[in-house]
Ligand binder design. Sequence first.
Ligand code: URA
Length: 217
Amino acid sequence: ARSRRRAVLLTDDLGALGRAAAGCRGCPLHAAATQTVFGEGPERARVVLVGEQPRDREDRAGEPFVGPAGGLLRRALEEAGLDASEVCLTNAVKHFKFTVPEGGKRRIHKSPDLREMTACRPWLTAEPAAVRPRLVVALGATAGRALLGGPFRVGDHRGVLQPFPSPGGRGDGGAPALPDARFLATVHPSSVLRARDRDAAYRGLVADLRVAAAALQ
Ligand code: URA
């Protein structure tokens, strides 16, 4: 089973990876979620942007960042000069995690825990390994933690280009290192929607994404 799994994870075909991930039972989240939401974008995207996990809208649609946070992110990308044709959008965890309060109907998002993030990590490592982008952008702390594999505060890293950490240790799926790729962190678009000063938070996101755009020049 191990060698089969490695063979799947080492493909550079994002579509094949997505089809393999559709059947993932690596953690309990698949049971309540509608479907796996895998990375989407051109095969040779120059940037991979990593969010937290699909929310209600993404879970239903099977596509990342199609809800309110996604709308804001897409606007910010355009404003920063990053074309949709050069970005791949994905999430640290590929299934929606939620609770339904007693007597209610709405599915309320819950942040993934370390176990779920660890279970999903082979997929998260496999996506950049397949796409081979020039830059990987963490949108928020969960993505930063999942990509760097340790405690992560957006405030300590945001807007600063760093080398992309080589995969290693458990759960890397045998993915090759990307020696020329760089890493950048910024806030999660949902945090902009929740911010007291939304305009300032949005400008901060766009400023960080401009650093990403400049890194591709
Ligand atoms: N939509 C996503 O796909 N990911 C997030 O992290 C938030 C909204």
